[in-house]
Design a protein around this ligand. Structure first.
Ligand SMILES: CC(C)(COP(=O)(O)OP(=O)(O)OC[C@H]1O[C@@H](n2cnc3c(N)ncnc32)[C@H](O)[C@@H]1OP(=O)(O)O)[C@@H](O)C(=O)NCCC(=O)NCCS
Length: 246
């Protein structure tokens, strides 16, 4: 799948300072395209929805500026990634559980956090995709991750290592990536206790193991390889994986 460089630079130019550093990201997949960017909420204007050809849902009428800006940023990079599948200018709606609704035959995922946004898209049949960006946690947010998103065994393991803020954030982000990837297949909410860190992360990959089966389609014990990279003070995690057979 090819993503013309001029497509990305044109998106950046048209956004008039709202989107910067728009680029393709290598996620080690021959069948999926990742686009990443920074966005500046202070440069957001409603007119940018029209300029960037992103439909503005009515429910955003009452939303705060931050929400409008992150929605626009996420959809803009997602539509740029979508262009690599031959679906240029197709809109991405939102489902009842806030999941993005992709054109038929396409799977993908969107993330936006603290001025960074990214999307991954594939038209490979039977593929699930997830992506998540998180700012590396400090003190109170680190405590919240330990309390809400990690299991006692994970907490014990991570508390012992020097890079506990980075590793805890990575595991938290990887679990959100897993949720976004599996949701289209299982159509059910599942919490952070449904997956656990499996083994020590390598420099580019961490493994999550499912602790409970989901709708009998994804079985307990399934292991998922989550790719990751540090982006300054944030991390990005992603998963591109075959969908489970019914
Ligand atoms: C849905 C959730 C994962 C979003 O993560 P987040 O860090 O809050 O936000 P991000 O910016 O990274 O991602 C938001 C995007 O995720 C996508 N998303 C939201 N719900 C989704 C779902 N059910 N399925 C797939 N993608 C979804 C949307 O595109 C959304 O952006 P948009 O509303 O602008 O379209 C998170 O709010 C959540 O509910 N987590 C609890 C479930 C969980 O993670 N369980 C762990 C299982 S091990």
């Amino acid at each position: 799948m090819t993503l013309p460089a001029q497509h990305l630079s044109s998106l950046e130019t048209r956004s008039d300072g709202f989107l910067t550093d728009v680029g393709a990201m290598d996620i080690g997949s021959a069948t999926a395209t990742a686009v990443i960017a920074r966005f500046d909420q202070s440069r957001f204007e409603d007119d940018l929805f029209t300029t960037l050809c992103v439909d503005r849902p009515d429910r955003l009428d009452r939303a705060v500026e931050k929400r409008k800006a992150e929605y626009l940023a996420g959809r803009a990079v997602a539509m740029a990634a979508l262009a690599s599948t031959g679906h240029a200018s197709k809109q991405i709606a939102t489902g009842p559980n806030r999941e993005p609704i992709w054109p038929a035959g396409v799977a993908g995922s969107i993330t936006h956090s603290k001025g960074r946004c990214a999307a991954i898209v594939t038209d490979q049949p039977g593929t699930l995709v997830g992506v998540d960006i998180e700012e590396i946690a400090e003190r109170s947010s680190l405590d919240a991750i330990f309390k809400v998103a990690l299991q006692p065994d994970e907490t014990r393991l991570i508390r012992e290592i020097d890079t506990q803020a980075l590793t805890a954030t990575l595991v938290f982000s990887a679990k959100e990536t897993l949720y976004k990837a599996l949701f289209p297949a299982v159509q059910q909410f599942f919490g952070f206790d449904h997956a656990e860190l499996y083994g020590e992360p390598s420099e580019t990959l961490l493994k999550l193991r499912l602790t409970k089966s989901l709708k009998n389609t994804v079985t307990a014990g399934s292991v998922f390889d989550i790719g990751y990279r540090q982006l300054g003070g944030s991390v990005i995690t992603w998963l591109v994986t075959p969908a489970p057979a019914d």
